[in-house]
Each structure stands twice: as C-alpha cells, then as structure tokens.
Design a protein around this ligand. Structure first.
Ligand SMILES: O=c1ccn([C@@H]2O[C@H](COP(=O)(O)O)[C@@H](O)[C@H]2O)c(=O)[nH]1
Length: 276
C-alpha cells in the first residue's frame, strides 16, 4: 500500500503544488446566484468538483460549511469526497478534530477508515489536547495509507497568543508540535504522511521547520491577504515541502467552469514561481 506521503508527492509532481478549498460560504453561494440552502450547496460543490478534481493535486472541503446544513449537508460532503477522489484529486478534509485518545479513535475511524462514507485521504487535526492524544489518528493513518495535518502556526492573527507561548522545556508550543510531528516522519521517503498547517500570513517567526520531512499546508493566501511572495519568509529552506492552499480566491472566480480553471492556472503559476 502506498503511503499518503508517496501519493501526495506523486500528485504534486503530476498536477503541481496546489490545494484548493471547497468552502461554500453563504456569500459565495449568493455571488454564484445560488440559494443558501442544500440545493445551492450541492450545485456549488458539484461545480467545483467538475471544474477542478481532474486537475488540482488536493481538494480541501471545509466540513463546517457542509455541517451547517445538517444531515443533508453531510450527505453532500460524502458525495463531494467520493466524486473528488474518483476524479483523481486527493481529498484533505478540513475538519480540525482533536480530543482525548479514546474519542479521537472514533474521529479517526469516521474520516480515515476505508469503509467509512466520509473516508478521506487526509484530515486536519488540532493538537491542543496534546499531540499524544492524536495517536489513534496517526496509527490509523499509517495502516490505511492516509495523512494527518496538525495545526502548528495557524493563519489567523489570534493563533500566536497560544502557539508562540513558551512550553515548560523552553520551546514554543508550536515548536513542540513541529518537533513531535517531525519524529513521526523520520526516515520517510520521498515525503512523510504527517503534515503541519502553517499559515502563509505569519511572516518570519523563527520556528524551525527543517526536520519536518512532511507536507506543510499553507492556508491564508488570497482572501486572508498573503501572497506567494510571502512563502519564502515563512518557510525558508523548507519551501520545497509547501503545499499552498486557496479557497475564496479561486472560488470567487465561479460559477463558470472556465473561470475556476483560469483562476487555478493563475495561482498555480504564481506558486510555482514562488516555490522555485
Ligand atoms: O490556519 C488555518 C487553518 C485552516 N484554515 C482554513 O483554510 C481555509 C482558508 O480559506 P480562504 O478563503 O483561502 O481564506 C478555510 O477553510 C479555513 O478554515 C485557515 O484559513 N487557516
């Protein structure tokens, strides 16, 4: 079985270093001329999948925008995940789960078990119950060929108050997370399956990402104000492992298929240039 790191490395090689979020904001539904209801949600998600799933390396549905429509929204999330994967995109479900280990095992089963209807290639998780509490997700990911992206240095301005705080050993909370995830990827080739989320907005913080040996998801580009030119300051020598992520910047180019594809071509070109 191929690991997620191997599959992601191959997908980026074939399709380029880009993740596009599927974030059906109410404002985007309105902009696309769609109703803010389940039918609008379904049309929005179907359009993004039709336009992009055969060409971008990673699609990242934001679970919150599906959950807000209850069980019918979850049903659309299920079909969005399935259709995206069938069209060849890797699906990173942005669901930011994190809990005590025994509960984390249930979350891992919900999103990573090959038999689950929500089975994704990877998920985002929150480490603030301790990285060790995420162990059931790491274990299931390892045995099922899935990936995990752990929040480390998030793109929102509020994140630093927690993530830059100094932990008992003298390192920041974020550096502690970075170091624990680096250990999980030790020896993996060409890329580990355990990634980090590091916002493109955060600037030069002094955190050491050099030993991660896994994917570095960079949200915050476009709508949150960061540009590909900001990536070098944030990631330094680890630029080669960066997976830039855009949601609203690309989605606002819809609802036309051609417009969405043109937006992807534009940001991908910018990202390739910035990543070198
Ligand atoms: O640090 C983080 C972690 C996750 N996100 C998520 O990414 C997208 C960003 O959307 P844009 O429209 O490109 O701003 C969204 O789903 C966030 O929940 C993040 O922004 N920052």
């Amino acid at each position: 079985m191929e690991s997620f790191g191997e599959r992601l490395h191959a997908a980026i090689g074939q399709r380029g270093p880009l993740c596009v979020g599927i974030d059906p904001h109410a404002a985007l539904l309105a902009r696309w001329g769609l109703p803010d209801d389940v039918a609008g949600l379904e049309r929005f998600a179907r359009t993004v999948v039709e336009a992009l799933a055969d060409r971008v390396a990673v699609l990242k549905p934001q679970s919150a925008f599906f959950e807000r429509f209850g069980s019918r929204g979850i049903a659309i999330l299920e079909s969005t995940i399935r259709q995206s994967r069938e069209a060849g995109a890797l699906v990173l479900l942005d669901v930011k789960r994190g809990d005590i280990g025994s509960t984390m095992a249930a979350y891992a089963s919900a999103y990573l078990d090959p038999a689950s209807t929500l089975r994704s290639d990877a998920i985002t998780v929150s480490p603030y119950l301790g990285v060790g509490s995420l162990r059931p997700a790491f274990d299931l990911a390892a045995t099922s060929g899935a990936g995990i992206f752990v929040l480390a240095l998030t793109s929102n301005p509020e994140g630093a108050s927690v993530q830059h705080a100094v932990a008992p050993g003298g390192a920041t909370v974020a550096q502690t997370v970075i170091d624990e995830i680096s250990q999980l990827n030790a020896g993996a080739s060409p890329l580990g399956s355990f990634g980090l989320v590091v916002g493109a907005t955060i600037g030069r913080t002094g955190h050491d990402l050099s030993k991660v040996n896994g994917p570095l998801l960079a949200p915050g580009l476009g709508a949150q104000g960061a540009t590909p030119d900001d990536l070098r300051a944030v990631f330094g020598e680890s630029l080669h492992n960066v997976l830039p992520s855009y949601s609203r910047e690309v989605l606002s180019a819809g609802p036309g298929i051609a417009g969405l594809r043109a937006a992807v071509d534009r940001v991908l070109t910018d990202c390739r240039t910035a990543l070198g």
